[in-house]
Design a protein around this ligand. Structure first.
Ligand code: ATR
Length: 271
């Protein structure tokens, strides 16, 4: 939380549009959330963001849920509505917008997703909505990947879903026909993290490789992908666009993306 980039990004947006608002970081223990949320009812609070472990824990306390938040089963943005709170998930919009901006066309493509946490669920929802043909989810604990596959199969949004253990043999097979590889795990954040895609596993074809990690800008996965002449994208644009979507939900105004991007880059440069 001490390293959150959202205050800088949102306050740059408020300043750009001359809005009398502020965005404050607040670190809470999950058991105190409800008591604090009740106090919020007596303030001019317009909304807030949530991160792990609140994205799912908040669900029972909300009075409304946007369709994407219901489908993903996680909320990262909350808007005050009357005396209650409505939950949204802007991670999925941020992910899709960042992919589109980079030039990747999702329709009818095949994706491989590493990880099966909340971020993976947001990506699966976004990709299915945009008409992806197939998603293969690989996770260290495969039962979590299976749970996601079952959940979205039941929603029947089109697109095939498969779940596999995160092992070299399965990954090699899945990457053999993939157009897009997305890392949604935290592997790559730390210097001594394991290698996610070993040299023998990389396919011949030049797929797009996306890492949701935004700091460092170039994870070992992205560096390996670039060596193989693959197109790459880190998590910075997703971070920007999930924030822009949250801003628009709270204020009803179009987000000043340029100002938000500059604030983000400035903070990342300083971090
Ligand atoms: P988020 O909500 O950001 O997705 P999360 O729910 O904690 O975060 O999920 C983290 C993901 O990173 C999980 O898929 C986790 O795998 P497991 O479900 O098997 O634990 C994955 N992950 C974390 N460390 C990993 C590692 N060293 N190797 C492989 N996967 C890892």
């Amino acid at each position: 939380m001490a390293h959150t980039l959202s205050p800088a990004m949102q306050e740059a947006a408020f300043a750009k549009l001359g809005l009398d608002a502020c965005y404050l970081p607040l670190e809470l223990h999950p058991r105190d959330f409800l008591a604090v949320a009740k106090k919020f009812r007596h303030t001019p609070l317009a909304g807030f963001n949530l991160t792990v472990p609140f994205k799912e824990a908040v669900l029972p306390y909300l009075t409304g849920l946007a369709p994407e938040a219901r489908a993903v089963g996680a909320v990262n943005t909350v808007k005050r509505v009357g005396s209650g709170f409505k939950g949204y998930n802007t991670d999925c919009f941020g992910f899709i917008r960042s992919l589109r901006e980079a030039g990747f066309r999702i329709r009818s493509k095949r994706a491989v997703l590493l990880g099966a946490g909340g971020a993976a669920r947001a990506c699966v929802y976004g990709l299915l909505r945009e008409g992806i043909r197939e998603i293969v989810i690989l996770n260290r604990h495969p039962e979590k990947a299976m749970k996601i596959a079952r959940h979205f199969k039941a929603m029947d949004r089109g697109g095939t879903l498969r779940a596999l253990p995160l092992r070299d043999s399965y990954l090699k097979e899945a990457l053999g026909s993939a157009d897009l590889l997305v890392n949604t795990t935290s592997v790559g954040l730390k210097q001594d993290d394991p290698v996610l895609v070993r040299p023998a596993v990389w396919p011949e074809r030049k797929l797009w490789v996306v890492d949701l990690i935004y700091n460092p800008a170039t994870t070992p996965l992205l560096a390996a992908a670039r060596k193989r002449k693959c197109r790459t994208l880190n998590g910075r644009a997703m971070l920007l666009y999930q924030g822009a979507a949250a801003f628009e939900i709270w204020t009803g105004r179009r987000a000043p993306v340029k100002a938000m991007r500059a604030a983000l880059e400035n903070s990342l440069g300083a971090s």
